[in-house]
Design a protein around this ligand. Structure first.
Ligand code: DAH
Length: 361
């Protein structure tokens, strides 16, 4: 049965002739909605007009007009929803331009203090040292007593050390040395045959890096929190020669093969004898400059032979075992290497400073 287009009122016939062109000219959802309103909308659209017309049509033409209305309704609805689909998918794909160069995201990096810590650890790893960790909240016993620090020692004062009010024997560790006490106590534990862990290992050497806390006012060379690395070696017949050999090697590996190292007597309660270790100023090569305060030398760490009291406090026979220990400040070494005169820069996280430190070893 052929469709009777001649039954259409002239305005609708004309609109239908333009329908396809209008649909393909539609550019967005609004255009589509406007066309929908005109052709198939619920109120006063061509479709409602035709439905009204159908009611007044004489019987003999009703079937023909009905078929035509169904055909037009289908045609209009299908064309409009197809075009809408086209427009939606076109706008979705045009919002992702695959040819665009991706933005360069800023790259993160390891903090210079962390990087130096890793470097120091790696130097000592080549000498067989492993890493031990201890808590930052320590007991007075580990931080002071076990290290032979006298009950009236000034470092114990509450003006120098952060204590916990509710737990007067707990504090924020003031150095990494309490890790010595923890490790030595563990090594003194005996197995069922009465053999200590230290004996079965035949000795130990370890490094312990970490954060330490002191009640210091913040200034270019002080901060209430900073980083240290502790080192310890325990064995049989260990003497100053082992300490000097180890630290001279490590300082050259850290600061350069031509680094000169000097050992001076120094006092720390947990070592006897104790010493302070200086390196020839790596910046002025001993000529004297601002960094070495014109002396040509820079104090870089404290060290010494482990005091027998430290061993015996931990339950280790100090007549059978001996060893050396050392401790150094990481920020201090970082400041020397990078010629940075102000410690605070390491904690302020100014990206310009941190980026400038990337080149510094
Ligand atoms: N604990 C000392 C400090 O914080 C550093 C130190 C000196 C550690 C001598 C040692 C050592 O192990 O033998 O200043």
């Amino acid at each position: 049965m052929s469709l009777r287009f001649d039954l259409l009122p002239p305005t609708i016939a004309e609109a239908h002739q333009h329908f396809e062109a209008w649909v393909s000219a539609a550019q967005d959802v609004n255009d589509i909605n406007r066309l929908k309103g005109v052709f198939i909308g619920r109120k006063a659209s061509h479709l409602t007009l035709l439905t009204d017309l159908l009611k007044q049509t004489p019987k003999e033409s009703k079937a023909d007009l009905g078929a035509l209305i169904n055909h037009l309704k289908m045609t209009w609805e299908t064309a409009l929803s197809l075009r809408l689909e086209q427009l939606v998918s076109a706008s979705a794909s045009s919002s992702v331009d695959l040819t665009l160069t991706p933005p360069v995201l800023p790259q993160g990096a390891v903090h210079p203090i962390q990087r130096l810590e890793v470097h120091i650890v790696s130097v000592f790893r080549t000498l067989g040292y492993h890493v031990e960790e201890g808590p930052e909240v320590e007991t007075e016993e580990h931080n002071f007593d076990g290290l032979n620090i006298a009950p009236n020692h000034p470092a114990r004062r509450s003006s120098d050390t952060f204590y916990f009010e509710a737990h007067p024997h707990l504090l924020l560790r003031t150095h990494t040395s309490p890790v010595q006490v923890r490790v030595l106590k563990r090594l003194s534990q005996k197995n069922s045959q009465g053999v200590s862990l230290l004996e079965s290992l035949g000795g130990i050497r370890f490094l312990s890096p970490g954060r330490v806390y002191r009640k210091d006012e913040i200034d270019p060379t002080h901060s209430p929190m900073f980083h240290q690395v502790e080192g310890m070696l325990i064995g049989k017949n260990i003497g100053l020669q082992h300490l000097k050999g180890t630290l001279s090697y490590a300082m050259k590996a850290l600061l350069g093969a031509d680094t000169e190292v000097r050992f001076r007597p120094g006092y720390f309660p947990f070592v006897e004898p104790g010493c302070e270790v200086d390196v020839k100023c790596p910046l002025c090569k001993g000529q004297g400059c601002r960094v070495c305060k014109s002396s040509g030398w820079i104090e870089i760490l404290g060290a010494g032979l482990v005091h027998p009291h430290v061993l015996s406090h931990a339950g280790i026979d100090s007549t059978a075992w001996s060893g050396f220990a050392f401790g150094m400040g990481i920020e201090r070494i970082a400041m020397i290497i990078s010629e940075c005169p102000d410690l605070r820069l390491f904690f302020e996280n100014d990206l310009r400073f941190l980026q400038s430190m990337r080149e510094v070893r």
